[in-house]
Design a binder for this molecule. Structure first.
Ligand code: BMA
Length: 373
């Protein structure tokens, strides 16, 4: 009886905290994500992902007036090949302070609607988090202090504040549910590119112990305390990958996916063999780790900024992953705001690589939304 009462109290507390019940973990949203990704790899294919694919693109963004009624069908990739990406990426930067829009001007209510709509159509969703610097008040790129991570861990002066940030993120993510109340299928990819030192959680900005503790704290709160049943991805940068990624490995209990963020050269027109070689090398290295630790392998961020290389998709990206068991490749956003002219990483109508993207789309290796429904 006592135990029964305790369960009831726990369940009530979970409901009050806004938890989304994951039900049986064997068939919960995390398991759904992993089963779909595993199926792709087993058939020798990979899913195509685009960051912010449904929110804006080259020369357009959802107008304020359309936020609540837009049918979520605009997409640069769809305009080029007629299909949506299998997975769409969104960034949560700004949710920690309760902002209306994220750091790239995406309205969070629209983001929720777009993510849920994509999931209802049979797609998957991935979230990154370019959150602010909790110590200095600056942005994610504010690396003026190497005490930020330590300050948010248990016992640190910003611990309570940061737990409040995580709570805001959990409230938002937990509100993205399907009709049956279950969480949409999500890949969560926090604390990325940590082998470089351009974010406040980067390699020169915190000890390996503190970085791992940051992951554990994030996982304990979101997955265990709040019950958010998501797949988790670790995505170091190609910079110092082999030296720094494993000393900071977040742990088998947490991770489902390991991948790399590697970019091609901005505004390049000629093909660059070193991108192909570099990506192959990263994936061979990470593929060994993935095998050893039972993880899926991915290209967690890539792209050629400017979209100026006409055959980038089939002659750089595809050879870069040829023969590697990757489950997805994510290309970055086509920025819409004036401050980011030419900050386009995926194709769009009229891009120099448009025809090549269609070839990439038509390849029997790539999976788009229609292929995974
Ligand atoms: C970066 C750039 C920034 C953007 C950030 C988060 O790589 O695209 O302009 O604010 O990602 O999306």
């Amino acid at each position: 009886m006592k135990a029964f009462k305790a369960i009831l109290i726990l369940a009530a507390a979970a409901l009050a905290a806004g938890c989304v019940s994951s039900g049986n973990p064997q068939d919960g949203p995390r398991a759904t994500v992993l089963a779909k990704l595993r199926k792709a790899v087993d058939s020798g294919k990979y899913m195509f992902v685009m960051q912010d694919a449904l929110c804006y693109g080259q020369g357009w963004h959802i107008e304020e007036a359309e936020l609540a009624s837009d049918p979520v069908d605009k997409c640069d990739v769809k305009a080029v090949c007629g299909d949506f990406p299998a997975i769409v990426g969104f960034d949560l930067g700004g949710i920690e302070l309760g902002d209306k829009c994220n750091l790239d001007g995406v309205d969070f209510d629209f983001m929720r609607r777009a993510a849920v709509e994509h999931a209802k159509r049979g797609g998957l969703v991935t979230f990154s988090w370019h959150l602010r610097n909790p110590l200095t008040g600056g942005d994610a790129w504010d690396v003026t202090s190497d005490e930020v991570v330590a300050s948010i861990l248990e016992g640190g002066c910003n611990h309570e504040k940061f737990m409040g940030w995580l709570c805001s993120l959990a409230d938002f993510v937990g509100s993205m549910t399907l009709e049956d109340g279950s969480l949409i299928p999500i890949i969560f990819r926090p604390w990325h590119e940590n082998t470089g030192s351009w974010f406040w959680w980067g390699v020169k900005l915190c000890s390996a112990e503190d970085y791992v503790a940051l992951w554990q704290m994030t996982y304990d709160y979101l997955a265990k305390e709040r019950g958010l049943d998501m797949a988790w991805a670790y995505s170091p940068s190609s910079t110092d990958l082999k030296q720094e990624a494993m000393p900071r490995y977040p742990g088998d209990e947490i991770l489902d996916i390991i991948g790399v963020d590697r970019y091609a050269d901005k505004d390049q027109q000629a093909l660059k063999p070193y991108y192909v070689e570099g990506l192959q090398d990263d994936l061979t290295y990470l593929g060994g780790i993935a095998k050893e630790h039972g993880l899926l392998l991915a290209v967690t961020e890539t792209g050629q900024e400017g979209q100026t290389c006409p055959e980038w998709w089939t002659k750089e990206l595809m050879p870069g992953i040829e023969g590697q068991p990757v489950c997805y490749i994510l290309t970055w956003r086509n920025a819409w705001d004036e401050g980011h002219i030419g900050h386009y990483f995926t194709t769009y109508p009229g891009a120099a690589n448009e025809a090549d993207f269609v070839e990439f789309y038509n390849s029997d290796k790539t999976l788009f939304l229609n292929d995974i429904q």
